[in-house]
Design a binder for this molecule. Structure first.
Ligand SMILES: *[C@@H]1O[C@H](CO)[C@@H](O)[C@H](O)[C@H]1NC(C)=O
Ligand SMILES: *[C@@H]1O[C@H](CO)[C@@H](O)[C@H](O)[C@H]1NC(C)=O
Length: 339
């Protein structure tokens, strides 16, 4: 008995000596991209914690902001200009608006000068504009996840906009209405500005087609062409993300949906740094949360060749009574193809 334990111990010791040097050798190779962005995110979160969200202007208190527009951009100066132009002609009803423009750095630390020039020269007519240079390259994860970090008692509405879209003049009207009406529902994690989306179930191709008569519908997959988080769920999602990030083995894979197969391809090609939304999709799936989309058939639908199907990824929201039929026409964002 004692003898065999000793043998096992000796074998283990031997194996350790064999593998530790191997491990050390393998660690000298270049860090894989996935590890790099995970590390970047952790680093950024640490900085955010230490600096108590330095990006806030000292004279602007959260509770005095009605709408915070978060624009994320890297080096597409022209796209940024187009988006900012559309923000200037939108309606804000005299409310207090803050426009945060976040410029990412390249991997070698450069801020694109043209983008910075457009951002800093732009005159926002409806509120305060703040241009933020990220302090290091944060990528699309850092841009989406660490630019809106509301205090727990903040009541501001935030909307995160990538640079390749323009907004409808009515986008804030839409956001005000849906936040007021649906924020209290625990399953609502946010509001999309996009009214059109592909279906994400494997084997269900084509565009989403919510039933006529529902002004909004719930969908399990986030729409990123303009997204306005429900604060409560966003905080929960970010906290969860911070925890999961530290587990290198964890991958946010949801069975039988297209984004998962895209993400798996990215894992193979080392490009997961481009698909932050997979984490949001996973979290929504686990917590049974949905994004509210607008459903304006005349505005959005190409042709109704795809009949409404009750696939798992598609929930009509007509059980929500009492929608006031306000003028929400034209809330859509336009997504531009950049060359
Ligand atoms: C941001 O970057 C631009 C372009 O490099 C630079 O001119 C500007 O001073 C920077 N701003 C801050 C606050 O660092
Ligand atoms: C929110 O909390 C901060 C401190 O964390 C406090 O100074 C502020 O008055 C609070 N605002 C509201 C509206 O409760």
């Amino acid at each position: 008995m004692r003898n065999s334990s000793l043998q096992v111990l000796m074998l283990l010791t031997f194996l350790c000596f064999l593998f530790i040097p191997l491990y050390m050798v393998s660690n000298q190779y270049e860090t894989p991209p996935e590890e790099t962005w995970r590390r970047t995110m952790l680093q950024q979160q640490e900085i955010n914690t230490y600096t108590e969200q330095v990006y806030r202007m000292p004279d602007i208190q959260d509770e005095t902001v009605d709408l915070r527009i978060v624009v994320i951009v890297f080096n597409r100066a022209y796209s940024l200009l187009r988006l900012l132009g559309s923000l200037n002609v939108a309606f804000y009803f005299g409310e207090r608006v803050v426009l945060d423009i976040w410029i990412d750095r390249s991997k070698d630390g450069q801020i694109d000068e043209n983008t910075y020039r457009i951002a800093s020269e732009f005159q926002f007519k409806h509120g305060v504009k703040i241009v933020h240079n990220h302090t290091f390259h944060v990528g699309i994860y850092g841009q989406w996840l660490n630019t809106w970090t509301p205090k727990s008692n903040s009541s501001e509405i935030a909307v995160i906009l990538e640079d390749d879209i323009t907004v409808s003049p009515y986008f804030y009207k839409w956001l005000k209405i849906v936040h007021k009406k649906y924020d209290k529902l625990v399953e609502v994690n946010g509001y999309s500005l996009q009214g059109i989306s592909i279906k994400h179930g494997i084997g269900s191709e084509g565009l989403l087609d919510a039933p006529f008569g529902n002004i909004v519908f719930l969908y399990p997959v986030i729409g990123t062409w303009g997204f306005s988080p429900n604060r409560r769920n966003w905080v929960k999602f970010r906290d969860w993300f911070e925890v999961m990030l530290q587990d290198d083995k964890f991958q946010p894979l949801v069975p039988n949906i297209l984004p998962t197969s895209w993400y798996q391809t990215f894992i193979q090609t080392g490009k997961t740094e481009g698909m932050w939304s997979m984490w949001h999709i996973y979290h929504a799936w686990k917590s049974r949360e949905y994004t509210v989309y607008p459903n304006f058939p005349d505005q959005w639908k190409e042709s109704n060749t795809h009949p409404f199907t009750h696939e798992s990824a598609h929930y009509p929201m007509n059980h929500l009574q009492g929608w006031v039929g306000v003028d929400v026409v034209g809330v859509m964002v336009h997504v531009h193809l950049d060359v």
